[in-house]
Design a protein around this ligand. Structure first.
Ligand code: PLP
Length: 388
């Protein structure tokens, strides 16, 4: 099919041409005297994205899933109790990973479409007077349901319960695209990945740890090797890595960080909010509902429910086969019941309008009772009215 495939999934996201070009490099010696000139500033600038001055940033040649594992195995001991609220496929997978690694995982099932239940969290932590819970695992942006949780609220709940557990936050689909403040929110371990807000291919697990979490690594007896923070610290301090780095990704990250910092994080957050808001205007006009309950709507991904009489998979396959656009599938419990539009990464008003137009055509083809052009018109009005 002529024309490019339009990627509207919530990761991997579109890669800006400047970043693609920056990754097109000849290989270099990663033990050369000039390699630290690349790595050291990357680790410094990553801290700006995580919004931490007191924490330390890390880059692993891995993905977000490894980030979950790095946080747990470097700071905790085998069998330690961790608390997780499961409200979507990614919080589910994090809980399963913790179980498979041999932690004592206390899982609370929550409604898919809602986020961290702050009152319940506070009550549970107050009950844990012996401080058996060693870490709270919070998914900031549940990519499966398009739900954003209140992480400042998680900190408040933990402080109100005067609970010393570590707070680990999955920011794979939030960091570098929606408001995230590691120091201010007292996050001990922030986990992200290269392929969403960072606008890079998958293959980079980007993390930041607080001093409290780094201290915990000293007493952690969990066996680890490839994902050991200490090995990173030993080599990163001189600007090197414990094993061969993914050089194109690092050069791409340099450019992506330059772009994000040049735009300004507040502007990046505001752009994602506008793109999401325009998409939500279209969804409302189509008479469709988000999976997210009011107040939990994500600015990086919208999960859109279809009526029971319809199968969301048909919308996605029509969009792909007939119009060459890629939409996100409904995952697990939402398979067939929802499709997702990603509004994350290198996107602007017109790219969003392409997504909305493509979805509108696929919905019409699948017999949805909507008016051609209605979603596009609603988004246009919003984008025109709010463009600077
Ligand atoms: N956490 C969230 C919120 C995600 O959206 C994803 C992937 O989409 C992951 C974790 C897993 O990351 P990865 O696929 O990079 O291992």
């Amino acid at each position: 099919m002529a024309g490019r495939n339009h990627l509207y999934i919530p990761g991997p996201t579109n890669i800006p041409n400047e970043v693609l070009n920056a990754m097109h490099i000849a290989m270099e010696d990663h033990r050369s005297p000039i390699f630290p000139q690349l790595l050291t500033p990357l680790l410094q600038d990553l801290k700006k994205i995580f919004r931490t001055e007191t924490g330390q940033a890390f880059i692993f040649p891995a993905t977000g899933t490894a980030g979950w594992e790095i946080a747990l195995t470097n700071t905790l001991n085998p069998g330690d109790k961790v608390l997780i609220y499961r409200f979507g496929q990614f919080s589910h997978l994090w809980a399963e990973l913790a179980k498979r690694l041999g932690f004592d995982v206390e899982i609370h099932q929550e409604t898919w479409g809602k986020g961290m239940p702050l009152d319940k969290l506070e009550a549970r932590l107050k009950e844990d007077t012996g401080h058996e819970i060693k870490a709270v695992l919070a998914t900031h942006n549940e990519t499966a349901t398009g739900v954003t949780s209140d992480i400042a609220g998680v900190r408040k709940a933990m402080d109100a319960a005067k609970h010393p557990a570590l707070m680990f936050v999955d920011g794979v689909s939030s960091i570098a695209s929606i408001d995230f403040r590691m120091d201010e929110w007292g996050v001990d371990g922030a986990i992200s990945g290269s392929q969403k807000g960072f606008m890079l291919p998958a293959g980079g697990a980007f993390l930041a740890f607080s001093q409290k979490a780094l201290k915990a690594t000293e007493t952690s007896t969990y066996p680890r090797c490839f994902l050991d923070l200490q090995d990173q610290m030993n080599t990163n301090k001189d600007g090197y890595t414990p094993y061969t780095p993914n050089l194109p990704l690092l050069y791409g990250l340099r450019k992506a960080l330059d772009l994000l910092l040049e735009e300004g994080l507040e502007n990046v957050y505001a752009r994602h909010h506008r793109l999401a808001e325009g998409t939500r205007k279209a969804i409302a006009v189509w008479g469709l509902k988000l999976c997210a309950y009011p107040g939990f709507e994500s600015d990086t991904v919208s999960a859109i429910m279809v009526p029971e009489s319809k199968d969301a998979r048909h919308v996605i396959s029509t969009a792909f086969n007939k119009y060459n656009i890629s939409l996100g599938a409904g995952l697990s419990e939402l398979a067939g019941k929802a499709f997702r539009i990603g509004h994350v990464g290198d996107m602007n008003d017109v790219s969003m309008l392409g997504a909305i137009a493509g979805v509108e055509m696929a919905l019409l083809d699948n017999g949805f009772d909507i008016k051609a052009g209605s979603g596009v018109a609603a988004a246009i009005e919003y984008y025109r009215g709010t463009a600077k």
